[in-house]
Design a protein around this ligand. Sequence first.
Ligand SMILES: [Fe+2]
Length: 244
Amino acid sequence: MKDQITKAEVTRRSFMAGTTVLGGAILTSQSASADPMTTEETWSKPTNVIEQIVEVFGGFDFDQESAEAVRKNGTDNARLAYHAKAASRRSHAIQCALQAEQAGADEPFIAAALVHDIGHSFAAPAPIGLEDEYDDLHGKVAAYWLRNAFVEEVSEPVLLHVPGKRYLVSTRPEYMGILSAGSIDSLRRQGGPMTDDEIQEFEARPHSDWGVEVRIWDDKAKVRGFELPNIERFIPYLEASLKV
Ligand SMILES: [Fe+2]
């Protein structure tokens, strides 16, 4: 019976095994002692996929204020620099998830909003000298990873929020006016406005409407100094969206 419970836990909660490189930091299990996979009959040091996501955003005990201060003042310390980056990732992700929550979206779409940009954290960096032309394909990188652990209502809006911007630019003329300078710049690298054929193709894809919604929440989730709720608030949405 004990074994059965352990296996169910493993299936549901501990998708990734070993260590994973995210955003330049080597992550290892944060809760090894509490994890059912630490007994001898299981494989080595698993890292729960939800814990990995939280780690990208600085971890459960993240000090947003000091990380913001480091971000402002700069640092030579690699770990602090990593945390400073996490501060902006965390703020943008949480603000986006709050937008989804306020819109009354279902749990997987709130989860999608939270992790929509997570691909930036583990996409390959730009080759030296090609930074201006480089597209890190963060939507694809994230979606391919998320598909292994989460339902398609999470992975596909994440995948489609990038073409969602191209779609909105092409179908809602006023949309261009609300884009940040960075988004306008990346639009060029991402292919610019869609052609009529591309629009039709996009609309036919499952969950493209939610890709567009995530993109709209994304644009509203860039408020500096926003007072953030704890990340724990969003864990139930992630848990409810795991593949069974
Ligand atoms: Fe974003």
